[in-house]
Design a protein. Structure first.
Length: 114
């Protein structure tokens, strides 16, 4: 069943070679840098959110699991919701000062953006 997963092969041109096997490209995640080497920028964003403010933490280099763990910690400490995906953490509301202070306490190099 796994060999015949056609959705992963959309856009691939048909081959008449009977020995042809399709190989997917694998993308490796970068290893997580230690907190003292991370340069995080904490900013606020309103675009595309119906005027609601969110605090964005960008610049994280590491695996998705480590990003989710850091996001979870920040959400719990601020007592609000949010998400962590695509290399950035979104915290609902304007918590730039608190998030910057929390990140510095954890050993990250955090800088407040706009």
């Amino acid at each position: 069943m796994a060999e015949n997963d056609w959705k992963k092969r959309l856009g691939v041109v048909f081959s008449t070679n009977p020995d042809f096997t399709y190989e997917e490209e694998t993308v490796e995640e970068e290893a997580t840098l230690e907190p003292s080497k991370q340069n995080l920028i904490v900013s606020i964003d309103r675009k595309g959110r119906a005027g609601k403010q969110v605090t964005l933490v960008t610049g994280f280099v590491g695996t998705a699991d480590d990003l989710a763990g850091l996001g979870r910690t920040l959400k719990v400490k601020c007592g609000v919701g949010g998400s962590a995906k695509d290399g950035e953490i979104t915290i609902q509301g304007d918590f730039r000062d608190r998030v910057t202070a929390l990140l510095k306490e954890m050993g990250y190099k955090a800088k407040r953006g706009n």
